[in-house]
Design a binder for this molecule. Structure first.
Ligand SMILES: [Zn+2]
Ligand SMILES: [Zn+2]
Ligand SMILES: [Zn+2]
Length: 333
């Protein structure tokens, strides 16, 4: 019997297609190893091929836009939003329009073209997370921006156009709808229960146990009860925290550890699939910090959305989250 499940934060229903269940072996495999170093603009020595860096971590003192960096952040050469100009809003009848003001940055995660995020040392992943945080903190200071999203596309079918390992950061002049839905759901829950729904979710995950992938000192990784996609996995800080931009160094280190560990498990179990992950944090200047809880959502790219899903917002998932969690939990990499 197929099962309908509801996500308690945003109220989204999903269908678990239990009549056609899929395990790791049932998804198509693709080759996501990097191979085109010869034409890569993100490799050391080609710093002039990107816009000038806005931030970098250099273990030894060195000049900007020269080799020697461990992590390097540059404006996207093909930004979806531009940072020049003032915020102009205009109504055209029933329609709203505003200038495309924002920031779009690329964070090159390591100098080595042949390495992907799962190949880096823990110290190197820590540098990536530390750069995530310092860019978020920097962009939070721009009064034109209301939201910062950090995300990664890995593999061409997940939207990566350059294979050299990198993440992206976009600052927006408004709060996007997906985040608004989470905020509204969390605020509503807080109003009548007096607690954070994400914190309650963590309590329930510990009770139910079967969806837990792993944990460390600061974080829990689990497959959500009502996933939109097979092997969808969330990482949440165990202690309530709305604002990612202020996490301390020990928390950054734990985040680096669990993020990489989960990605290694995904790689091992599913054969290096393409994936997306993104970090949801509270909007800039958000005042209901007791309601919201920052987190990362990891979506392995195993299937394509079909008309029914576009038309209804109801996702069809062919893997139970407890089965996905067991595969990921049991994999030793
Ligand atoms: Zn490269
Ligand atoms: Zn919380
Ligand atoms: Zn979220």
């Amino acid at each position: 019997m197929p099962e309908l499940r509801r996500d308690p934060i945003v109220g989204r229903w999903v269908i678990i297609d239990s009549e056609h269940l899929k395990g790791p072996a049932d998804f198509p495999k693709e080759d996501n190893t990097p191979k085109n170093q010869a034409i890569c603009p993100f490799c050391p020595g080609r710093e002039h091929q990107t816009p000038e860096e806005v931030d970098a971590i250099r273990p030894l003192p060195g000049q900007a836009n020269t080799p020697g960096w461990l992590v390097r952040t540059v404006p996207n050469k093909f930004p979806v939003l531009t940072s020049q100009g003032a915020l102009q809003k205009e109504g055209i009848g029933i329609y709203d329009q505003m200038d495309g003001i924002g920031a779009h940055e690329v964070l090159i995660e390591c100098p080595d073209h042949d390495k992907i995020l799962t190949d880096l040392t823990l110290e190197e992943v820590k540098a990536v997370v530390s750069q995530y945080q310092s860019r978020a903190r920097y962009l939070f200071q721009d009064s034109r921006f209301k939201y910062v999203v950090i995300f990664k596309n890995f593999g061409s079918s997940a939207g990566a156009t350059v294979e050299h390992t990198h993440s992206q950061i976009i600052a927006l002049p408004m709060v996007p709808k997906t985040v608004l839905e989470e905020l509204q759901g969390a605020e509503h829950y807080h109003q009548y229960r007096g607690r954070c729904i994400f914190c309650d979710m963590i309590v329930q995950e510990y009770q139910d146990k079967e969806r837990i992938v792993m944990e460390n000192g600061s974080f829990l990784a689990f497959c959500p009860f009502a996933p939109r996609y097979a092997f969808e996995t969330w990482i949440m800080p165990k202690v309530h925290s709305a604002d990612f931009s202020v996490i301390d160094e020990a928390t950054q280190a734990d985040l680096a550890q669990i993020l990489q560990d989960v990605l290694k498990r995904v790689k091992k179990v599913l054969g290096n699939p393409a994936y997306n992950y993104y970090l949801h944090m509270a909007p800039i200047g958000y005042t209901n910090a007791a309601c919201y809880h920052w987190h990362i959502e990891i979506i392995p790219k195993l299937t394509r959305s079909v008309g029914f899903e576009w038309g209804t917002g109801l996702h069809i998932v062919s893997t139970f989250p407890q089965d996905a969690a067991r595969f990921l939990h049991d994999s030793s990499h």
